[in-house]
Write a protein that binds this ligand. Structure first.
Ligand SMILES: [Zn+2]
Length: 118
């Protein structure tokens, strides 16, 4: 499936998100942990999501343990234009519907595990 590449690019081996390039330049040291592809509802193609380990604030201000967090970013327009705020800590950023779906499906899987255990 073709990626919608407005805010992400790939050469086949690596995926580059505009948002992560910006975070790198702002010294948030983002590192991609895993990738997901979600077909778009409204356009031909797919968005790509990444779970990233990232510093909440620039490394100069960060506590390496307390300010390291894991969160999802997305390549869609809604995330780029409405959810990202480079003036705010990363933990204050919003979630597009693709991220909400990803987090919800993960939580559902965790609940299933609980039920299996119980
Ligand atoms: Zn999205």
């Amino acid at each position: 499936m073709q990626l919608i590449d407005d805010h992400v690019s790939t050469d086949g081996a690596t995926v580059r998100f505009d948002v992560l390039t910006e975070l790198e330049q702002a010294h948030h040291n983002p590192e991609i942990q895993q990738l997901r592809v979600h077909p778009s509802d409204s356009r031909a193609g797919a968005h790509v999501l990444a779970e990233v380990e990232v510093l909440d604030v620039p490394v100069e201000e960060a506590d390496a343990v307390e300010d390291t967090l894991t969160r999802w970013v997305c390549s869609c327009e809604d995330f780029w234009y409405n959810r990202v705020d480079f003036g705010q800590p990363v933990s204050e950023w919003g979630e597009c519907k693709h991220i909400r779906n990803e987090v919800r499906s993960k939580r559902a899987a965790a609940d299933d595990d609980q039920q299996t255990l119980g």
